[in-house]
Design a protein around this ligand. Structure first.
Ligand SMILES: [Zn+2]
Length: 238
């Protein structure tokens, strides 16, 4: 199994690694700073460099539990020592975007009692779906104000790993459907925007909410009964 460094240190931009498998689809390393697409967050892009060569990483995905670096161009052979480096600006924008979504879900639950039913993001833009009865532009502006106030309060973002039994007994985590995580996952990774939002999550986030900057609610729309969507954007997409 690949050591996934971004699970414990989202700020590391590059690492040394050894190629452990190569296929038509991509390259598996013994350790990596690349985030594999999942939980609504896109996979990282970047570059692998080795003695006498390099290749762009166009995407990173999970395949049979392994982190697969999808390359443009020819791959290094098994056993090659490489330096793996992510496109940091893109990743950092995703970390800010992802953290903004946590703050949004925390506020909408705290003040309106609505749960999240889905979400997705690209660097600097994202959408989140809520079990809300109604939505309007006024509602969007109200949430935008609350969101920016909360982000500016600079809540620390804490990453921890909880034993599965403990996570399943936690009311915050039950709300975000921790019980749907496959049974073999133990411990469970928990992201805590202290005082704002707490959920089981595999993605990458910034260290504190002020690093997100300001956020705009770009669109509110109804997709059906109890199915309302908000689109948000980072004001400074970096
Ligand atoms: Zn997250």
């Amino acid at each position: 199994m690949t050591e996934e460094i971004c699970a414990t240190d989202a700020y590391l931009r590059s690492c040394d690694a050894t190629v452990v498998a190569v296929s038509d689809e991509g390259v598996v390393l013994d350790r990596t700073v690349f985030y594999a697409r999942g939980g609504g967050q896109p996979g990282d892009t970047g570059i692998l460099r080795w003695d006498g060569g390099e290749a762009r990483v166009a995407d990173t995905v999970k395949q049979a539990g392994e982190v697969l670096h999808v390359l443009e161009g020819s791959a290094p052979g098994v056993g090659t020592r490489v330096i793996a480096e992510i496109d940091w600006e893109r990743r950092h924008t995703l970390m800010r975007t992802h953290t903004a979504l946590h703050a949004l879900s925390g506020i909408v639950f705290r003040d309106y009692g609505a749960k999240v039913t889905g979400g997705n993001m690209e660097p600097g833009v994202a959408r989140m779906d809520f079990e809300l009865e109604a939505i309007s532009q006024e509602f969007g502006r109200e949430v935008e104000d609350k969101l920016n106030a909360a982000l500016a309060q600079d809540h620390p973002v804490d990453v921890s790993f909880l034993p599965r039994a403990e996570a399943l007994a936690d009311p915050d985590l039950i709300r975000t459907k921790v019980n749907l995580i496959p049974e073999h996952v133990d411990p469970i990774r928990v992201i805590d925007l202290e005082g704002l939002d707490r959920q089981a999550d595999g993605g990458t986030h910034v260290r504190s909410t002020s690093e997100v900057g300001r956020v705009r609610v770009a669109k509110t729309e109804s997709k059906g009964k109890g199915f309302k969507r908000m689109r948000i954007e980072l004001v400074d997409a970096g």
